[in-house]
Ligand binder design. Sequence first.
Ligand code: ADE
Length: 389
Amino acid sequence: MRLDYLTIFPDFFAPLELSLPGKAAASGLLDLGVHDLRQWAHDRHRTVDDTPYGGGAGMVMKPEPWGEALAEVVRPGSTVVFTTPSGERFDQRLAEELSTREHLVFACGRYEGIDQRVIDHAREIAEVREISLGDYVLNGGEVAALAVTEAVVRLLPGFMGNAASLVEESHAAESGGLLEYPVYTKPRSWEGRDVPDVLLSGDHGAIARWRRAEAVRRTAQRRPDLLSPSVLDDGTPIVRAVPGDAGELLTLQRACWVQEAVANDMLAIPALHESLDDVRAWLGEWDTYVVRRAGRLVAAVRGRLEGEAGDTWDIGRIMVAPDLQGSGLGRVLLDHIQAVAPPAATSYVLFTGAASARNQRMYKKAGFRLRPDLPAPPGAVVLTKRRGR
Ligand code: ADE
């Protein structure tokens, strides 16, 4: 594989000589080229940026040096990777895909980004990927290019000493995309902490089962978004809400709680009065799931751990668009939110209107019990259920 880097900070790539890619280069597996973009800037100051058309803060990278650089470095079969916070999110699947390419050209932007025409032009002469390391902003694309390089290069055949460790590690497609299980080495006991007995048992079946269970437990706790989504009978997935869902959630919430207000003859229901900012705020504090049909957000539910011991899974905001109520969607969401409760949850709690007969029927059918002994807001009742193990 050949790797080229276009940057105004070539020194950033000195670590490539030290680390895994350096070793691969020494063994002939990799061919590396680092290029200072300023060599293609021809004015006295070797200028690579200018002010943005349309105004706004910061500077934009000029197209001419990039055009010349790409003309020199790109060849048939190249993939040009623009590292940018507005790109597709980098993950192991993308690393695996890039590891199949013959030639990667990393174009590292700085400032407010690169003139869009450069990217449009690159698409005409090569495959182009715009890649982001994650939802945060770095000062430039160099660190991202290094991270992508390391993730890709270690997947090249013949690169890692132990190919099996590639299969087992976190995020590998072969391990079902789960996080890796915890690992231990000698000594058997350290500072009063012992290695789990099962790992010393010599029972390979038991060890494999324990590792799988630990991988699932860790993933459910730290990255529930990586677990396969639940699906409705017709295959529609139940997916995690994203911040961009706030507007539709607000609309759905208003529609559903107007009905609640009418059924309970009261307007003092928090869900009815929340603003868009309120919904955005709670989206950050609750695990929220949504269902979309034909692009439209039609149902949602949220849950979070509460209680002094943090062992009660508080379920709320089960909402189904008025035209789809009675179709069983609410019950499916109720089952889903119980299933994704973290391992710490030993019981479930939810609130509903004292006069919301239909909701109460559904909750009772699902095993919840009315708890008049527990405090509830005015006009509401509380229902709980123990978590089955
Ligand atoms: N350049 C600046 N921020 C970045 C990010 N998050 N990912 C990739 N390139 C970047």
